[in-house]
Each structure stands twice: as C-alpha cells, then as structure tokens.
Ligand binder design. Sequence first.
Ligand code: NCD
Ligand code: ZN
Length: 349
Amino acid sequence: MQTITLPRPDDWHLHLRDGAMLRAVLPESARHFARAIVMPNLVPPVVTLDDAKAYRDRILAALPDGMAFEPLMTLYLTETTDPADVAAAAASGLIKAVKLYPAGATTNSQSGVRDLTRVMPVLETMARIGLPLCTHGEVTDPAIDIFDREAAFIDTVLVPLRHRLPELRVVMEHITTEEAAAYVAEGGDTLAATITTHHLILNRNHILAGGIRPHYYCLPVAKREKHRLALRRAATSGSPSYFLGTDSAPHVDALKEHACGCAGCFTATNTMPLLAHVFEEEAALDRLEGFASRHGPAFYGLPVNAGTLRLEKRADPCIWPDKIHSDAGPVTVFNPGFPVHWHVATEQI
Ligand code: NCD
Ligand code: ZN
C-alpha cells in the first residue's frame, strides 16, 4: 500500500462563517488542518482588532472537545481602517494579515475598497511592519469580462501598488490564471499565491457544459483548461511561492441552487485526499508536503506544525457525505466527479 506522511497541513485561506454555520463547518477543517487564515467577510465584517478578538473567541468556543485548531485572524480592509489599529493588531500577535476586497468583487465585499489611494496610509504601515496583504485579485469594472478580471487586476492594481510599495508582502489569493501564476513566479520573496483544491480540478466547462452546476461556481470563477493546467504546474512545481488556501466557502444549498446563486465551493471535508490524487496524477506526490505544510508557514514566518497527517492509497474509494448538516441548512460537499482512493488514515497532533 502506498502511504505518505506530512507535517500537519494548514489552510491559508478559509471561510468559517459564524453561528450555526461555524459550528457545522469548523470540525471539517479542524479534523485535518492545524491552522487556517480565517477570512473576515462576515456581515458585518471583521474590521478592528476587537472584532477579530471576539470572532476568534467564537471560533474557539465552537471547536469540539478534543480537537486542536488555531485560527489565524485577519482584518477586512475598509476605506476607514485606522493604520494605528492595524499596527496594534499586528503587534498583539493576533492578526496575521489584512484582506483587500475590491468593493463588489465577491461575497460580502460591499464594505471593501473602492479607491486604493484612500487606504495608502494603511498599506504603508503594513509595508513598514511586514504585515501581509491578502488580495481578492479581481477588478470590479462591469465593462471587464468576468473571465479577464484577475489578469486585469494584476496590470491595473498589483503592478502599480507593488511598484509604489515594494516592501509590501502580498498574497494573491485563490489564483485562477496562467497570468497570475507567471506574475507570482517573478515576484520574489514579497509575493506569494494561494491555490485552491477545486481550481486544480475544474475548468469552466465543468460549470457550464451540459447543464449549470451551481456547486462548482465560485469566485474567481474557474477559467479555461489551459489555466487549470498552469495552476497544476505551479502547485506541483516545488516553488515556495505557491501554497494551499482551500477557499472552502460554505453556503446553504438554498442559496447555491438559486436564480442568483452564491459563489463558493465547500472543500474542507475532502481537500487532503483530493490533493493527494492531483499530486499523484502530476507525478509530484513528494511535493505535496511543501504545498500543504511548508511553504505557507515559511511565507508567514511561522513554524511548521509538529503533528503529522498520514494518507493511504486504498483499493476502495473514499466515501464522503453528500452534504454537511447545519442548523442553517444543508451544505453540499464538493464532488470532484471521479473516484478518489487516497484516504486520511491517521493524524497525530
Ligand atoms: C467566498 C465566500 O463565499 O465568502 N466565495 C468564493 O466564491 N470564493 C468569497 C471569496 O473568497 O471570494
Ligand atoms: Zn475566499
């Protein structure tokens, strides 16, 4: 039997939500992941250090007994964010990054940034103290085609921003294009990217050909096949510039299977088996450890986890629940559409 043992992995981009949804989805992440960068796009958003402290307490209170999980908190950047609060938040050790949502780009981004010049004092402070900026890298101009919005963000926002503030540490979150993978490859050690599990599996045909599949719809939306292949090359390259951020983003089925459905794929449950499958297909199983367990901590200046996670390839395919039940309603678990034989066998905390 083939097995692979990794230092316990982390998820560098995760939506845990709040209340009933938080209670339902948190164990799905904590079962396999030691830590996660927790996205701040609640309603209302997590804007201040006090908001983040309170949210962290709610996450820890929702963690079932016997599970070990460390939420790494982020602040939601708004045009009224106070640079001094951000500096204090970073100094407290509680905040690991600030998240830039261009206003209107995605779920709960309406409090985000319309005009980047208004947040320059915050970004200058972050560059000075070394606090990473996580970006939802899509422009929101309605005239720009949705499939081009990530590439346009690089040219019109990231290039000028990084030219102006070369010290700023930036994570391009959930990259979906060849252009983003190439830009990050040239970015040196102040630039990195997270890649999701589902963007290594889906192209836009999976969403749209033969019927519309709302559970494959997320933002940034999956692109053409050549982009999926470029993401696979980046993730399995061994380069420390790319690491796992699942962007697991639960929405209840009623809001996914809807005339105007929400964006997000829920992958917390089965990400590690799916990644082992993908990395094996790319003949890169030995590089899964870097992608899932080492490159993220290196970028964020944190230690690699002491515990381990062991995956085993078995004759029987994995059987996952179709849905996770929450008191807010059912959430469909990401279905890759093919059998997966890599099982999470044991975990040592
Ligand atoms: C995320 C969500 O639902 O919060 N949705 C998604 O499609 N990825 C927001 C985001 O990361 O864009
Ligand atoms: Zn996200």
